[in-house]
Design a protein around this ligand. Sequence first.
Ligand SMILES: [Zn+2]
Length: 182
Amino acid sequence: MSLTINRKFNKIICFLLTFLFLFSTCFYGSVSVSAASIKTTKITSVTAKSKTSVSIKWKKVSGVKGYVIYQKKSGGSYKKIATISGSTKVSYTQKGLKSGTKYYYKIKAYKVVKGKKVYSSYSSAKSVTTLKSTSSTTKVWIPTKGGTKYHKTSTCSKMKNPVKVTVSKAKSKGFSACKKCY
Ligand SMILES: [Zn+2]
């Protein structure tokens, strides 16, 4: 009699352990599935806005908590530069960069699962070079009559009697860079 009870008891324990094992497998399985299911975004453009700033735009991924932007210089390794919260904000401007320098960007989307950030894989990288600063001794062309712009070539914008001066002199006379040649 007592033997039968023990056997029954063993069966129940065995069943419970199996159930617990399967349950935990399913549970952890579902966490890793949602991590893998985060879509990778795509960088649509990186543009040099000036000598020191770059604008980055990427594709929206629905259902994510936000994005993390990574940047590196040639030969360096990627570092996190910004975390954007919300799935709808899909652009970022980085300031304080060096002029005439090439930078690479990558982005990850993230979700928050059980209080922890879970990331998509990296987007493919895109690079951009910030604009070069013109040295104050660089020679430019300015018109002797009319006009408010200085130019790279004497033939640009039909200047009247163009003369060659340094950029700093042109600027001191109130001229600014021609958008066609600079
Ligand atoms: Zn010009």
